[in-house]
Design a protein around this ligand. Structure first.
Ligand code: MG
Length: 262
């Protein structure tokens, strides 16, 4: 199932141009296996919300990525009913009769939030769900800086970015491109010493993060990756143009044949 155009989300993202810090997460991990849920809870984070696609499941998938099973069980054991999934596909108005949300709830054994607004908008719907819990005591975990992290930061939650996606296979090509751009932007912001907003609850990263991801790429590596992306995009465009020319030539040949056989 696809996602409809997220206009409100795009408009919200423009706020990042004025305040780039909004897209910087409090914590970066490789994936959910690196989160020590027991310690996170002991630190005072009493509720937790997750993005779905490429954070817990493959894009548009209904099942947990199998290597995450132990971590997911630990999370559910610690947080019990104070864990929820906030997806921009399942549980939204794009999800007919919330069939996808129901399938994911069955598969992942966690509630999927029904919501009208898509991330980075709509934080009030999540706060209503966790009624009585202060935003600072809620962690939001996701793979996208401009949606998940801006969403959590906007509302004063603790934000955790999962840097290694489950798979890019089957992902929305636009989302794939934007995510790579986000990673480059985060590396740039880090090089400019732009830090996340300070969070009222003190978190000891050594306790909460089992294994930190390697440091962001250097400017040279970022430039090299940008050059690779540009070259790949150029090659893909050339290949497409070549295929179009070949198919056009075949078509002409066919019509010529048709003409001569008359
Ligand atoms: Mg995602």
């Amino acid at each position: 199932m696809g996602q409809s155009f997220n206009l409100h989300g795009v408009l919200q993202s423009f706020r990042v141009l004025l305040s780039p810090r909004l897209m910087v997460p409090n914590i970066i991990v490789r994936d959910i296996r690196d989160i020590n849920f027991e310690q996170l809870h002991k630190s005072g984070i009493t509720a937790i919300a997750f993005d779905k696609d490429n954070c817990l499941t493959p894009p548009y998938g209904k099942d947990l990525y199998p290597p995450f099973e132990d971590a997911w069980k630990r999370c559910r054991d610690v947080y019990k009913d104070q864990v929820v999934i906030v997806s921009n596909s399942a549980g939204t108005q794009d999800d007919k009769d919330h069939q996808l949300a129901k399938a994911i709830e069955f598969s992942l054994q966690v509630q999927v939030l029904r919501h009208r607004q898509k991330k980075p908008a709509g934080g009030d719907e999540l706060l209503s769900h966790f009624s009585g819990i202060r935003p600072a005591r809620i962690a939001f975990v996701g793979d996208r800086a401009l949606t998940d992290i801006v969403f959590g930061n906007n509302w004063g939650m603790l934000t955790i970015l999962t840097r290694d996606v489950v798979t890019e296979e089957g992902d929305n090509p636009m989302a794939k491109r934007i995510r790579r751009m986000e990673h480059r932007a985060l590396a740039f912001l880090d090089s400019m010493n732009i830090k996340p907003r300070s969070h009222p609850i003190k978190i000891d990263l050594h306790d909460v993060v089992m294994q930190p991801p390697p440091p962001p790429k250097t400017q040279e590596e970022v430039k090299a990756q940008a050059a690779i992306d540009t070259r790949e995009a150029k090659e893909a465009a050339e290949q497409k143009a070549k295929e179009a020319t070949e198919s056009h030539a075949k078509g002409e040949h066919f019509s010529e044949k048709k003409t001569t056989t008359k």
